[in-house]
Each structure stands twice: as C-alpha cells, then as structure tokens.
Design a protein around this ligand. Structure first.
Ligand code: H2B
Length: 112
C-alpha cells in the first residue's frame, strides 16, 4: 500500500472556503431564524435557560454538533444565559455553515 490518505467527503466539504451569503440569502436566513439578530458579519442570539445546569447542558450538546461540523461558536455563559455569535472566520462573515449551526441550536433549545 502507498500510504496515500484519501480525505472523506466531510473533510473536503469543511476545508473548502465557504461563500459569504449575499443580501437575498441573508434575508432568507432571517426568515428561518426569527430569534437571531442577523448582519453581514454574524448571527447573534441570547439563549435563556432555567438555571446554570440547563445552560451548560445545552453548551455540551452544541459542542458535539460543532465539533462534528468543524464549525465553532463564539459564545459566553453567565449563569442561565448563553450568548452566541456565529460567523465563519475563514471567510470573514456569514455563510451557510452559520445558518446550519444556528438551526441546530434552535431545534436543540426547542426540544429541551
Ligand atoms: N469555526 C468557525 N466559526 N469559523 C471557521 O472559519 C472555522 C471554525 N474554521 N472552526 C475551522 C474551525 C478551521 O479553523 C479549522 C482549521 O478547520
């Protein structure tokens, strides 16, 4: 065997430079994500929980999703609040990866 490593489809997808969303796509994103503040730079939302443990559980669940996507939130936690800012650092703004992660966070939040 030659030892040549063939990358998985997921690796290829996440390593391709993602395109920034245009104005129309940002508008579509706002419709999909009514609880998020959307700008060209980032998606922003504050999640509010009953207590610290619920907030931390949410962060733990999101960490697994983010690691799987190789796409990570900028966030902070104070007691029962998790403040989240999503952007694609490599592209310098908002891409479909941010919309996908925001949707996953919303559905996790809504089912908890
Ligand atoms: N997360 C976010 N939010 N944006 C990125 O551009 C990004 C990331 N890039 N996670 C990934 C990791 C990159 O730095 C590594 C090298 O794949």
């Amino acid at each position: 065997m030659s030892g040549v490593q063939i990358p998985s489809v997921t690796q290829i997808k996440t390593e391709l430079m993602q395109n920034l969303l245009d104005a129309a796509q940002l508008k579509d994103a706002q419709n999909l994500l009514p609880d998020w503040e959307i700008s060209e730079e980032s998606l922003f939302r504050i999640f509010v929980f009953k207590n610290f443990v619920d907030a931390f559980d949410f962060m733990t669940s999101v960490s697994l999703i983010a690691e799987n996507m190789n796409h990570h939130p900028d966030w902070s936690n104070v007691y029962n609040k998790v403040q989240v800012r999503l952007s694609t650092h490599d592209s310098g703004g908002v891409t479909s990866l941010d919309v996908d992660l925001a949707q996953s966070m919303d559905s996790l939040f809504n089912t908890e």
